[in-house]
Design a protein around this ligand. Sequence first.
Ligand code: SAM
Ligand code: SF4
Length: 463
Amino acid sequence: MNVKTAHVRSFGCQMNKLDTNLVANALARAGFKFTSRASEADVVLVNTCSVRSHAEERVFSLLGHLKHIKKSKKGLIVAVFGCMAQRLGKELLEHEAVNIVCGPAQLPQLVGLVSKAMENKAGAVAVSSNIRSKHRWEEFNALDDFECAYDSALGETPRQAYVRIMHGCDNFCAYCVVPYVRGPEVSRAPETIIEQIRKLAESGIKQVTLLGQKVNAYRYTAGDRTYGLADLLYMVSDVDGIEWIRFVTGHPKNFGVEIFEAMAELPKVCPYLHVPAQSGSDRILKAMNRGYTCAEYLELLDKARAIVPTIAIAGDFIVGFPGESEEDFEATVKLVKRAEYKNCFVFKYSPRPGTRAEDKLIDDVPMEVKKRRNTELLAIQEQISARSNKKFLGQKVKVLVEGMSKKSHLNSTEKPDQPQLIGRTATDYIVVFNGPVELAGRFVDVKITRTSALTLFGELDNG
Ligand code: SAM
Ligand code: SF4
């Protein structure tokens, strides 16, 4: 039999990493081999992101490159899947490079579409025609089966897996495309999630990260019982073999304290919270349709810290949202200074077609102002992190090792059998140290000898 070769690329968030992993496993099970070079592949699959225009531009630049490859390799099949596929649908098929367009809800069909296109060379589009309907039960059930059948450790991090607990989002933040490309909020049944995690644990998984756009909004009703995220944390904690449990992303609105109580009570639940604020200005938060004020957000952080004193908190911010004045930005700076994040992600506002902000508001903050605010906010956070990380000096921390550090060549003390490894603490701090590569996927103790704003450096503590 002629073995087919696939090249898979992934853009975007953790949800996309999970989807890419599922697709890669489905391809492997269908007999495909993988190559890191698009030019050597029979099929190129691209998982796409629509959250900012830059993410879409990167995909179009890759498609341009694939168009060139196709000139000398006529039979090459290119499949575009994920959020951009759902957003642009058959419009994407007009691109010379593209043969298959497959939305996030149609992933179970993707390998079949690829095989068919290899035979008949015809184009195919599979996207949801009514993405906002909650009644696409066939699609949701097929996704459940697909996820359970193909979930595994993520390629780059042994013994760690992502598990989706809910699809979509109903929040409609004014700037955000997610509700239009990932559909409505639908929580998966707890028994399906637990069954999936049990299987992952049996295959050697030690850490699961529960994924959703607003994980604290997880709700599933079966009979007269409704399950929330806290219930799920108790259930996952009971799975033998799972040692660390994380969840992302939290939404500041309706964040029940029972989630922090579960975190405090359950040793397996990592004391880490990613809860984006987006802005420190109440005026902007209202225009963004976020559903909370800056004071309510800070109250939430205080509650989290009171119940889980060891908790580390990360945030997201958008700078340059329409109408954001210097005063609004100063309010955001004030919030960042007060919040004492472990780290935060800052994005320049990017108008997204179909969203309320793009439709109703003018993108009136000039790019150079967005850039300046972005740099300024990151610099403030960097100072906070650099200062705060010093508390780790001389301390021993427990780390789940991910693998070799990508920057290992920078390490002058590196010995061939002790390359530079990278791992994370339960609180999500990045730790870099030297050790044998066989430690990937294991828990180790590291004594911290040096810190920077982004990283803790140390030595393996074998004692
Ligand atoms: N569901 C999560 C939440 O509500 O916080 C985050 C989802 S979104 C995929 C990840 C981050 O991208 C957001 O927290 C936001 O900061 C940023 N983002 C979303 N839409 C954006 C836009 N149009 N322009 C710039 N940043 C955006
Ligand atoms: Fe987008 Fe807001 Fe939903 Fe997050 S909560 S996915 S930012 S609409």
